[in-house]
Design a protein around this ligand. Structure first.
Ligand SMILES: Cc1cc2nc3c(=O)[nH]c(=O)nc-3n(C[C@H](O)[C@H](O)[C@H](O)COP(=O)(O)OP(=O)(O)OC[C@H]3O[C@@H](n4cnc5c(N)ncnc54)[C@H](O)[C@@H]3O)c2cc1C
Length: 369
């Protein structure tokens, strides 16, 4: 029987809950909005399936992935990096796959959804810097595979690992495309942040990094009925590692050995590494192919693209080699957030807090010495 005594040991992929033949496991959110399995001991027969299905452990792979820089000129304006994510999903739809990916819902929460036509892909585009809810998704993927469909699943490497594990003998009809992942932020903090910002105003949308502001811009854009507001208040908490899921700090997939066929990411540093390839600040994707199936799928795309082989990045992609470390104040941030709410936590640890303003001031002074 699965028991989560240490929160860092569970990534919340939901595979254990969906694999239980007795329906004895449900996913329940903690104070940060991260979901964990909870077992109903009256229903559980201790068959051990949930423990066997858990895939939150390192993958052994010998081969080094093939690395390319790739960009799709027509897709850049609505994509996070070079458009690779959408190009893969669109190609899959055209080839008859069922596609799964992280979508932003009307209430601006983020969850995985199932898509079967090209129009349905729109909400899957762009990065959502918050953990996406996977409740019930591994079971749906399995249902599609059992029905004979080909499935493309896109998500974090831990979500891909969970889906691969539940797919079992159908793995050859399942294509997995993960992202290089810095760690997933708290759904509860995201919700509280939106509530705080939208007091008295109607919020109609949000972008975690608006492509219109340039590829190198790292701020969130909130779209209100009466206009847009760009801020880095939420992004700051994300990049300071104050609200990442505890399991992200021991992620076994922050490595070149991954559970997926394909990895997509931003090709940071492309301007220096491959001069002239992508110097316009509109975005460039990094493509890693880990398996023959991944390489075959990515050999050609229906969307026009430019691509070139490249060395696997080292210093610009730390999460290809190690998980993100917890921020110095991560534990305190969580305590204050849960006891006193978002505003108190943001006031004490956020962008505008006194220690952060002092830090900025000292840096500025040092630059002028
Ligand atoms: C939490 C998070 C951390 C990231 N960390 C890094 C990093 O450290 N380095 C780096 O180079 N890139 C990172 N990325 C990936 C990067 O931001 C882009 O998502 C990626 O390059 C794909 O962009 P695109 O233009 O090819 O595709 P797009 O068309 O923008 O497609 C987005 C794809 O990402 C998936 N996705 C979006 N949000 C989520 C989510 N919350 N959970 C699971 N899947 C999601 C969608 O299912 C879709 O397939 C991260 C993304 C997320 C969501």
């Amino acid at each position: 029987m699965i028991r989560i005594n240490d929160r860092s040991k569970c990534c919340g992929c939901s595979a254990c809950a969906d694999s239980c033949p007795h329906g004895a496991i449900r996913m329940q959110a903690d104070g940060m909005g991260f979901k964990y399995p909870v077992v109903d001991e009256d229903k559980c027969v201790d068959c051990g399936i949930c423990e066997k299905i858990c895939a939150f452990h390192p993958v052994q792979k010998e081969e080094t992935p093939k690395c390319e820089a790739i960009r799709f000129p027509d897709l850049l304006s609505a994509s996070q990096s070079g458009g690779l994510g959408f190009a893969i999903m669109r190609k899959a739809i055209l080839e008859g796959y069922v596609v799964y990916g992280a979508a932003i819902a009307d209430d601006l929460s983020v969850r995985h959804i199932r898509v079967t036509d090209e129009d349905g892909l729109a909400p899957l585009r762009l990065s959502k810097y918050v953990q996406s809810d996977m409740t019930g998704i591994p079971a749906k993927v399995l249902e599609d595979l059992e029905a004979g469909s080909k499935v493309l699943f896109t998500g974090t490497p831990c979500q891909c690992a969970g889906v691969a594990s539940i797919a079992g003998k159908y793995r050859n009809r399942l294509l997995l495309a993960d992202i290089i992942c810095h760690g997933v932020p708290s759904p509860a903090v995201w919700k509280s942040y939106l509530e705080e910002k939208s007091k008295g105003r109607k919020l109609t949308g949000a972008l975690f990094r608006d492509p219109a502001l340039g590829w190198h811009d790292h701020r969130e854009t909130l779209i209100f009925e009466d206009g847009k507001e760009v801020s880095d208040e939420y992004t700051f908490l994300f990049y300071r590692h104050l609200m990442l899921r505890p399991s992200c700090h021991i992620c076994p997939f922050a490595s070149l050995s991954r559970p997926s066929d394909i990895t997509m990411a931003d090709f940071w540093g492309v301007e220096k590494d491959i001069p002239g390839f992508s110097d316009d600040n509109l975005g460039c994707s990094l493509l890693l192919t880990h398996t023959e199936a991944g390489a075959a799928f990515c050999r050609e795309f229906p969307d026009e693209c430019v691509r070139t082989t490249a060395p696997i990045p080292t210093d610009k992609q730390p999460n290809l080699y190690a998980p993100s470390k917890p921020g110095k104040h991560a534990e305190s941030f969580e305590n204050v957030y849960i006891r006193r709410g978002y505003s108190a936590a943001a006031r004490r640890f956020g962008r505008q807090s006194l220690p952060v303003r002092m830090e900025r001031f000292i840096k500025k002074v040092k630059r002028h010495i």
